[in-house]
Design a protein around this ligand. Structure first.
Ligand SMILES: Cc1c2[nH]c(c1CCC(=O)O)Cc1[nH]c(c(CCC(=O)O)c1C)Cc1[nH]c(c(CCC(=O)O)c1C)Cc1[nH]c(c(C)c1CCC(=O)O)C2
Length: 344
């Protein structure tokens, strides 16, 4: 299908673009007053994710304000456990909750109704592609099996994912089955998003950083590789960004071993290592979201260091993790302007 070549897709094809294209993880969210307004009227957070009119609106809000080079579908990584009937809910001020799963629960998981449950999300993607400016890329996403499994096992977020690590050591067969099922479902779901109009998909492994070397290989790389293999076999032109937060030295072969087109970097990745990784392929990141909250010189210095260090190669400018609710929307405007070269 011939269409406009979107900058982010060009970078994912290995091109260096100056200034680099930019979007921000969690760019639709609570730091925007217009988001908080829709959110307050929506009922539950999942209602917001499953109501295409509202999900389209909040996806477009940051595009209207900042003309980012990509929109990211408004949804959540936990819609997959929700589609698996794990009773997912978002408790205001406390974060996500669901029924903790055990060995018997894993044996009973049934993915057969997933796509019908997630049909409203795919409808949101279709409408977004029609409403977005042609030059704006549309990013779909899912959580990596390891990260999604951490929430499914603990029934909530935890600081170090001790419940999932313990479960993986104690019940290796059940755990492997869970990761394998999540990988198959995630691949099917991402192909659905690609067919609905997503140019790029990002796989968020937000909790990769708590894994040892062997576990990173087994729990992070292997299921992500499986997802990407399925996607690339079915949709060879689809582009994939893999983001393993906190993975440190384990990122060394992450792109090659997962088959991703680009890797996301968090702000703890040293610049010299980021440059080494960029020799192998495009990178995305990696400004500390706290610099956006702080603003001023700390923000400018952080932006300039990334542009100087990684701007000579294929780079998608982003944060090293999601933007936080404390960020000031005007500071975000300054960030975008500075990256695009008309700031200061
Ligand atoms: C681990 C994870 C989750 N969700 C996500 C991840 C991976 C990335 C990361 O590590 O941040 C991914 C996510 N969540 C959301 C998006 C939307 C798209 C975007 O980036 O703008 C994306 C890409 C919306 C959301 N997802 C959530 C909100 C806030 C809920 C609200 O508005 O009430 C938003 C805008 C809720 C959510 N969802 C999740 C948590 C832990 C929470 C609660 C913590 C919090 O409130 O920030 C799970």
């Amino acid at each position: 299908m011939a269409g406009p070549t979107r900058k982010i897709v060009e970078v994912l094809n290995g091109k260096t673009i100056t200034p680099p294209p930019i979007w921000l993880m969690r760019q639709a969210g609570r730091y925007l007053p217009e988001y908080r307004e829709v959110r307050a009227a929506a009922g539950s957070f999942l209602d917001l994710c499953y109501t295409p009119d509202l999900a389209v609106e909040v996806t477009l809000q940051p595009i209207r304000r900042y003309q980012f080079d990509a929109a990211i579908l408004f949804s959540d990584i936990l819609v997959i456990p929700d589609a698996l009937k794990r009773n997912v809910r978002f408790v205001q001020g406390e974060g996500p909750r669901m029924d903790p799963i055990d060995e018997a629960g894993i044996a009973a998981l049934d993915g057969s109704t997933m796509l019908s449950h997630l049909a409203p999300v795919l409808e949101t993607v279709r409408r977004l592609r029609l409403e977005l400016p042609p030059e704006t890329a549309l990013i779909g996403f899912c959580g990596a099996p390891w990260t999604v499994a951490t929430y499914m096992i603990a029934g909530q977020g935890t600081p170090d994912q001790a419940p999932a690590r313990l479960f993986a050591y104690r019940y290796p067969e059940a755990f492997e089955k869970l990761l394998a099922l999540l990988a198959e479902m995630s691949a099917e779901y991402l192909i659905g998003q690609i067919d609905a109009g997503a140019d790029v998909v990002q796989i968020f492994d937000s909790w990769a950083g708590v894994l040892g070397e062997k576990e990173f290989e087994e729990f992070s790389i292997k299921p992500v590789r499986r997802i990407i293999d399925i996607i690339k076999a079915a949709r060879p032109n689809a582009k994939v960004i893999a983001f393993a937060k906190g993975a440190g030295m384990n990122l060394k072969h992450y792109r090659a071993r997962t088959g991703a087109d680009a890797i996301g970097l968090d702000w703890s990745v040293p610049m010299s290592f980021a440059q080494e990784l960029q020799k192998d392929g495009p990178v995305q990141g990696n400004l500390d979201p706290m610099r956006v909250v702080a603003g001023g010189k700390s923000l400018d210095d952080g932006i300039d260091a990334i542009l100087q260090g990684l701007g000579q190669g294929p780079l998608i400018f982003n944060l090293g993790h999601g933007i936080t609710p404390q960020a000031d929307p005007q500071t975000v405007a300054h960030l975008v302007k500075r990256v695009r070269g008309s700031g200061v």
